[in-house]
Design a protein around this ligand. Structure first.
Ligand SMILES: CC(C)(COP(=O)(O)OP(=O)(O)OC[C@H]1O[C@@H](n2cnc3c(N)ncnc32)[C@H](O)[C@@H]1OP(=O)(O)O)[C@@H](O)C(=O)NCCC(=O)NCCS
Length: 185
């Protein structure tokens, strides 16, 4: 059964967002660079502030799936600096285990990429995914993300390392557009 609502989160969703992040870090620690112990005491305030400013226009969108509790999230956040404004990252993709394999991840991706495409001047969306998470890598490839490079030992947890794929979706290529410049130097 599909959750009833997928919508952008706002500051009223702060506690639900923090709670789901905590669940995600315990069920799937390999999937996130963050660790709970990294969060400063001010983290909830920073999240509330972020959610209150989130919008296509500010270059930060956070979608949540509700049934009626929050069961899935994904974000696209654009780079702030002038020379990096053509890039954004997709991060914080998470669906609670009991809702997996029912199409919710695809729906969240589909919706968040549609919002990202509405960000004026955005050309590329990057993400980082654990290399061993092959089902998720395949999911991203299905949306046009390509492997750029692989980072050996990206995470270290206890005595265990996790390699990470850095993937990118070229929005111009996906639209069949040609870049006006001569390319990279
Ligand atoms: C990645 C994730 C968000 C996908 O959510 P989902 O709701 O299971 O996604 P969907 O149901 O749309 O399935 C998408 C693909 O995931 C894979 N999948 C299906 N069931 C799955 C399951 N129980 N567990 C993991 N992956 C599964 C399949 O390849 C599926 O593609 P297919 O339908 O063409 O076979 C979810 O597995 C998750 O939260 N994983 C842990 C956190 C994580 O790895 N996040 C990504 C960080 S980069």
């Amino acid at each position: 059964m599909q959750p009833r609502i997928i919508r952008p989160l706002d500051e009223r969703d702060t506690q639900a967002f923090l709670g789901l992040k905590q669940i995600g870090l315990s069920t799937d620690p390999d999937a996130f660079v963050a660790a709970l112990e990294d969060d400063p005491p001010s983290y909830p305030d920073a999240v509330r502030e972020r959610l209150s400013n989130a919008a296509v226009e500010t270059g930060d969108v956070i979608l949540g799936a509700f049934d009626p509790a929050l069961v899935g999230i994904v974000s696209v956040t654009r780079e702030d600096r002038t020379k990096r404004r053509h890039k954004a990252s997709l991060h914080g993709m998470y669906v609670v285990p009991t809702y997996r394999g029912k199409g919710l991840g695809k729906e969240l991706l589909h919706r968040v990429l549609a919002l990202a495409r509405a960000m004026r001047g955005l050309e590329e969306i990057q993400l980082v995914v654990a290399s061993h998470n092959t089902q998720v890598v395949t999911l991203y490839e299905g949306f046009g993300f390509e492997l750029m490079w692989t980072e050996r030992r990206a995470l270290k947890m206890g005595g265990r390392y996790v390699d990470a794929h850095h993937m990118a979706l070229d929005l111009l290529k996906a639209r069949g557009e040609v870049r006006a410049t001569a390319g990279a130097v």
